[in-house]
Design a protein around this ligand. Structure first.
Ligand code: URA
Length: 194
């Protein structure tokens, strides 16, 4: 099926909420489209909603989300003001398992359309699943985190998933460096946090 072209986020969100392109629509409470400012220049992309996100309909609202907010706020970013946050999958995989390739294939057009409408200057991939899908299939977070790649005129950077930082706090210093690198890149590009 040819994916329709949308002209604004609201129409796209409404269509996404009714999506039944994969089986995850049968078990979701909410479709988790994203949160933030669609006019922002920076887009963060995680993996998939977990239990809390499914219940609330917003990405990164559990423990990992609280940690993400700390890193964001530390460099003047705010999920309700100057960034947008979305996921590779809009619906929760049962038991929080990894999104399967076929689920990602079924869902990716929603994200593609989000990116097309938003036209972000920088995309930050949170964790392996997003980075492998969007930067390169062989992406290694431990080796490539913090490096900016250019793809189709957009800068793309991967960093640790906040849930991985909760599991292995030794990585928190690396993640902080990645966020400071993001702040520097924003300054270079003249992206303000106002
Ligand atoms: N993990 C993700 O990757 N995304 C969320 O929205 C929540 C947890």
């Amino acid at each position: 099926m040819v994916f329709p072209i949308f002209t604004n986020f609201d129409d796209l969100k409404n269509a996404c909420s009714a999506c039944n392109k994969c089986n995850l629509c049968e078990t979701r409470t909410n479709c988790v489209f994203g949160v933030g400012n669609p006019d922002a220049k920076i887009l963060f992309i995680g993996e998939a909603p977990g239990e809390n996100e499914d219940l609330k309909g917003e990405p990164f609202v559990g423990r990992a989300g609280k940690l993400l907010d700390l890193y964001l706020n530390g460099i003047g970013l705010d999920r309700h003001k100057n960034i947008y946050i979305a996921n590779i999958l809009k619906c929760r995989p049962p038991e929080n398992r990894d999104p399967s390739p076929s689920e990602q294939d079924a869902c990716i057009d929603w994200l593609r359309e989000q990116v097309r409408i938003m036209r972000p200057s920088i995309i930050v991939c949170l964790g392996r699943i997003a980075a492998c899908r969007l930067i390169s299939p062989n992406y290694k977070v431990t080796q490539e985190h913090g490096i900016f790649y250019e793809k189709n005129g957009t800068l793309m950077m991967g960093t640790f998933h906040p849930a991985a930082l909760l599991r292995d706090p030794r990585r928190k210093a690396d993640a902080l460096e990645d966020f400071l690198g993001l702040q520097k890149k924003m300054e270079e590009l003249g992206i303000s946090t106002d």
